[in-house]
Write a protein that binds this ligand. Structure first.
Ligand SMILES: Cc1ncc(COP(=O)(O)O)c(C=O)c1O
Length: 389
């Protein structure tokens, strides 16, 4: 008999605690909230949820989402409904932004390290991907300025950045660098795709505002991306573009929206119902509390297990801890032994186009509860020590 086709993206070998996956814990799926939303959306027998939706996205959600974001400390100001366009999640939005703002052969700049699954979207579009260094404060905008001034480097059409709780290194780009980046985009004529899916997931002080809130360029040069994947459920495939009206218009006029109507329209009606009922707000509070506790627990567990042999900075939000070994461990070489010890992770080289970060790895706090995170970290420590004998 052939094995049944899989239901989910995630796949983990039996007996392994795979700290590599940035997926939410099954216990945290807001099943009750979405059941209540579905009841309210379908219970009235209205045609609205099941019809083709408006091209910019379901109007009531554009309004309720803008009102919600406007109250958020991490947004730092009002968000207008006409600055939003609903998407089928950040990944699909990056694909669409690339369709609209680049053509095959163009150059896209990404930070090193960057979210490893995004590179393939740019390659699918035939783009030339060029890395720029990032440090503990995110993208090094001085290094970017140097690259842009150099007559040898191709002029980019796009720059892809994760300014808030970066995947993988957890860094947060300070406001001065955000402004510098916008100034560089204006001067050199490229568009910034700011992947801000963790913007609402802060566990203490809020991060600086999304890049779109700082974009003062004529016509706009920033496409900020939010996602319901990290605050409600990834299965909804729902997110938003946040940008200047001219950029929003480009998305509204895209062929895919013209033919299929608003993206993920049914999911948008559900998300709107959760906002109307206060359930999304409650869910975000729960996620901040639960992930915030895990975030603190993981910092203590790592310190206890690794002492000075690993460098890391608690990110303050998002999903990821980025560990850099100070004692010569090669995380690609360690991986088979780690799996044998019942633990896995994403090695640093996965986040680099040039094979860098062989001394680093990424773990996620999202999938497992603290006791399993603790066991995974203990196994990782054991594998590291065994590997060095
Ligand atoms: C930086 C970043 N961007 C995008 C995504 C995927 O977002 P979405 O589910 O909205 O496509 C992830 C998920 O891990 C992510 O970490």
């Amino acid at each position: 008999m052939t094995a049944p086709l899989p239901s989910l993206l995630i796949s983990i070998s039996d007996g392994v605690i795979d700290l590599g996956w940035g997926h939410p814990s099954p216990r945290l799926h807001p099943t009750d909230a979405l059941a209540a939303a579905a009841q309210s959306v379908l219970g009235t027998r209205s045609a609205a949820p099941l019809q083709y939706g408006a091209v910019q996205g379901f109007g009531p959600l554009l309004e309720s989402l803008a009102a919600y974001l406007s109250t958020q400390e991490s947004y730092g100001g009002p968000v207008a409904p006409d600055s939003l366009f609903l998407t089928a999640g950040a990944s699909a939005a990056i694909d669409l932004a690339t369709t609209l703002y680049a053509t095959a052969g163009d150059t896209v700049v990404v930070e090193e390290p960057t979210y490893y699954l995004i590179g393939q979207i740019f390659i699918d579009h035939g783009l030339n991907v060029v890395g720029v260094p990032a440090d503990g404060d995110g993208l090094d905008t001085d290094a970017l300025a140097e690259l842009l001034e150099s007559s040898e480097s191709p002029k980019p059409k796009l720059l892809y950045t994760i300014p808030t709780y970066q995947n993988p290194n957890g860094s947060v780009l300070p406001v001065q660098r955000r402004r510098h980046l916008i100034e560089l985009a204006r001067r050199h004529g490229f568009t910034i795709i700011a992947d801000e899916v963790y913007q609402l997931l802060h566990y203490g002080a809020p991060p600086p505002p999304p890049m779109a809130m700082l974009d003062d360029s004529p016509g706009g040069c920033v496409i900020s991306l939010g996602s319901f994947s990290k605050v409600l459920s990834p299965g909804l495939r729902l997110g938003w573009v946040h940008a200047a009206p001219g950029i929003v218009r480009r998305f509204v006029e895209s062929g895919v929206a013209a033919s299929g109507g608003g993206l993920s329209h049914f999911a948008a009606t559900l998300a709107h119902a959760t906002l109307e009922m206060g359930l999304l707000q409650e869910n975000i509070e729960t996620l901040r509390r639960v992930y915030g506790q895990r975030h603190d627990d993981v910092a203590g567990l790592l310190r206890a297990e690794f002492g000075e042999t690993v460098d890391f900075t608690p990110p303050g939000g998002g999903y990821f801890y980025w560990l850099t070994f100070t004692n010569g461990v090669n995380t690609d070489a360690l991986l088979p032994a780690a799996r044998e010890s019942g633990v896995s992770y994403r090695p640093g080289t996965a986040f680099s186009a040039s094979g860098g970060f062989a001394d680093a790895l990424r773990i996620s706090l999202s999938l497992y509860e603290t006791d399993e995170l603790a066991e995974g970290i203990r196994r990782l420590g054991r594998a590291t020590r065994n590997g060095r004998r």
